[in-house]
Design a protein around this ligand. Structure first.
Ligand code: ZN
Length: 215
């Protein structure tokens, strides 16, 4: 599976285009902003996008969602708890961040994930891991060799828990679950550089904290 990173928007959100190099079938993760750039990348790579997966519904991960979905015809998929927030966006998070209210385009969700669901896409079997903490319905998307970690796990860090729906104790449980996945993964986070699970198990202070304590 080939992965292209497209960093977009005011808080440098990573949108990912993942695809099968043979069939050119693929999916997008978190079209956060700048739909023209995302669509250019889709076109340049010659990908037929079948699904758009959201790691969570925060504005910086969905601003280009409606436009990219309309242009590609791809199905939008998100954890069931966050589908409402995609279909009826609220400015609560913008307000909590002290940002001016802006229009967050709404979009229609076609697939509502539950923990452990699988989806065949881009020649891979994607497994959905519910990893709450940054938000109540955050997910990671796991292929067994690649993990799209959203704002749950970053290189040397984890997502903030002070926004509506956030909970640090819950996030630590999610980080422990990720740390305990067997083997290694390339980790593609919602912000910042990619990393590996084996590296984060050794140096990520939040993950080490999660592993140390009995959670
Ligand atoms: Zn977020």
């Amino acid at each position: 599976m080939q992965v292209e990173t497209i960093t977009v928007g005011p808080v440098q959100t990573n949108c990912y285009l993942a695809y099968d190099k043979e069939t050119h079938e693929g999916f997008l993760v978190d079209p956060g902003d700048h739909a023209p750039l995302i669509l250019q990348t889709v076109e340049r790579c010659g990908v037929r996008v079948t699904h758009i997966l959201l790691t969570h519904s925060h504005f910086d991960h969905v601003m280009a969602l409606a436009e990219v979905a309309a242009a590609t015809g791809a199905k939008i998929a998100v954890y069931e708890k966050e589908a409402d927030a995609v279909e009826h966006p609220s400015v609560d998070v913008l307000r909590a961040l002290g940002l001016p209210a802006m229009d967050i385009p709404q979009a229609q969700v076609e697939i509502r994930f539950h923990d452990g669901d699988t989806l065949s896409c881009a020649g891979e079997r994607l497994q959905i891991l519910h990893t709450p903490g940054h938000t109540a319905g955050s997910i990671c998307i796991d292929t067994g060799t690649v993990l799209f970690s959203g704002d749950t796990l970053f290189e040397d860090g984890c997502g903030r828990c002070d926004l509506p729906g956030g909970n640090f104790a819950v996030l630590l449980r999610s980080l422990k679950r990720l740390a305990q996945l067997p083997g290694d993964r390339i980790v593609y986070p919602g912000h910042g550089p990619s990393t590996t699970l084996s590296r984060e198990r050794q140096v990520n202070s939040a993950m080490l904290c999660a592993l140390r304590e009995d959670r």
